[in-house]
Write a protein that binds this ligand. Structure first.
Ligand SMILES: *[C@@H]1O[C@H](CO)[C@@H](O)[C@H](O)[C@H]1NC(C)=O
Ligand SMILES: *[C@@H]1O[C@H](CO)[C@@H](O)[C@H](O)[C@H]1NC(C)=O
Ligand SMILES: [Zn+2]
Ligand SMILES: [Zn+2]
Length: 443
């Protein structure tokens, strides 16, 4: 047995001795949990297992609500670990339970879906499915949450309550989190934590911020109807191309003239389709795009004004317009809002593991996460885990066909998940008002 693993075992043993299940651990004992969990996760036996899982998932990417094989792999590992779970939840989702089965409950979450994208990286474990790729790191997220499950199960004497493992489908636009909530996954749960790997931040660092960190978003599509005809005889037509162009220009006023300059918002037209010949004015034009805001109020206001500007500006040009938001397929995502108290907890635990100088303040982004759905219902905290290390490779942004994951980050994610949840229960169980007396009946 190498020295490394001896040391690890000694530390685990030490922790077992330190914290008998009945008594409360001292502050010093609590502060040791994160680094002990990290060492555990970095142990070759655990590390190699996580790497293997991540590669298997990477080779077989599945799109939102189709994560059947990924879900099967998760359940097989939970079975091996002796962890009970609920399945199916929201089609492919899996919800595991570790601990007493009684309150308080704390949730940790991973997303399972891949993207419709052809992998451009040539490596041994390249995606085997043409046109599909894990290019957002969700393969790593699943491996990390399973890693956390393994650590937690081995330290279940420390869990004063229940850790709920949330493996959700369809993060990439499908609103899998919304479906999980509708299935009652967070009923009686006091708090939820989620993470995302980050290609933009250095390995060994974590990044977050209290308050809003990611925007609310929606998509829209409008059909502008006019009357087609000969391009040389415009007087006999009602030109929807010019009308759509004016609509697009008018939509720019929503952010530049109507929004508070200190309240970030975006309106982008990303789709413009109409006509096909140089000498024919078409009957109609279709435009589409996305809108983003940092508060619910601004989001609702923006949505209302998009409808008004499109329909009324179309009328100015003698055209008609219809606006659709297709919420069935592309649900509106709420703002991802980090709870102040959970942020403090995250800082303390991550600081104990990595040192406070390795916790960076996050610059909010207009991007979205369907984690925001959870945060609307219970206190939530979302953070990023840096993985950039130029000697491993070139770290492209998420959703690039050249996206890579630095697998060294897997133990960090697993240990952060596990220690944040364990310490939440140890430190907050007395404070939280979770004397609701419910428990999950499948336990
Ligand atoms: C727009 O709708 C009105 C009322 O339904 C209709 O009379 C008009 O012909 C329509 N215009 C176009 C360009 O479709
Ligand atoms: C970056 O990767 C190289 C090569 O794998 C490794 O030797 C080095 O320790 C890594 N840096 C950090 C900060 O982990
Ligand atoms: Zn993504
Ligand atoms: Zn993602």
């Amino acid at each position: 047995m190498p020295l490394h693993s001896c040391l690890n075992l000694i530390l685990i043993f030490h922790l077992l001795m330190l914290i008998p299940s009945s008594s409360s651990p001292s502050p010093e004992e609590l502060s040791q949990i994160p680094s002990i969990f990290l060492q555990h996760a970095q142990h070759p036996e655990v590390f190699d297992w996580m790497v293997d899982l991540r590669r298997k998932i990477h080779e077989n990417p599945e799109l939102g609500f189709q994560e059947f094989e990924t879900s099967k792999l998760i359940r097989a590992e939970l079975d091996r670990l002796g962890i009970s779970y609920k399945y199916p939840v929201a089609i492919t989702g899996v919800v595991g339970f570790i601990g007493t089965g009684n309150p308080p409950f704390v949730a940790i979450r991973a997303d399972m879906d891949a993207l419709a994208l052809q992998e451009g990286v040539e490596w041994e474990h390249k995606s085997k499915v043409p046109g599909k790729m894990h290019a957002c790191g969700h393969d790593a997220h699943v491996a990390m949450l399973l890693g956390a499950a393994k650590i937690l199960q081995q330290h279940r004497h420390l869990i004063q309550g229940t850790v709920v493992l949330v493996f959700q489908p369809a993060e990439e636009g499908g609103g899998g989190a919304k479906k999980m909530l509708e299935a009652g996954v967070l009923d009686n749960v006091d708090a939820i934590f989620g993470l995302h790997v980050s290609s933009r931040h250095p390995f060994g660092m974590v990044i977050s911020k209290p308050g809003p960190i990611l925007a609310a978003s929606g998509f829209f599509e409008a059909v502008i109807g006019g009357k087609g005809g000969h391009a040389a005889l415009p007087q006999h037509t009602i030109d929807p191309i010019l009308a759509a162009s004016n609509i697009i220009v008018s939509l720019q006023h929503l952010v530049s003239r109507e929004a508070d300059p200190l309240d970030s918002q975006v309106v982008t037209i990303a789709k413009f389709q109409g006509g096909g010949a140089f000498n024919v004015i078409p009957d109609s034009v279709t435009i589409g795009g996305t809108f983003r805001a940092f508060s619910k109020e601004s989001f609702i206001q923006l949505k209302q004004r998009i409808i008004e500007v499109i329909t009324k500006q179309a009328n100015v040009q003698r055209c008609n317009a219809t606006v659709e938001f297709n919420e069935d397929q592309k649900p509106f995502f709420p703002v991802t809002l980090n709870d102040q108290n959970l942020y403090k907890h995250f800082r303390t635990v991550a600081g104990d593991m990595l040192g406070t100088n390795n916790i960076l303040d996050m610059q909010p982004l207009m991007g979205t996460e369907d984690f925001g759905f959870y945060g609307e219902v219970i206190p939530g905290l979302f953070y990023f885990v840096g993985m950039k290390n130029e000697s491993v490779g070139k770290f492209e942004q998420g959703h690039s066909p050249y996206y890579i994951v630095n697998e060294d980050v897997l133990p960090y994610g697993a240990a952060l998940h596990a220690s944040i949840a364990t310490r939440y229960l140890l430190e907050y169980s007395t404070k939280s008002a979770s004397t609701k007396g419910h428990s999950y009946d499948e336990l």
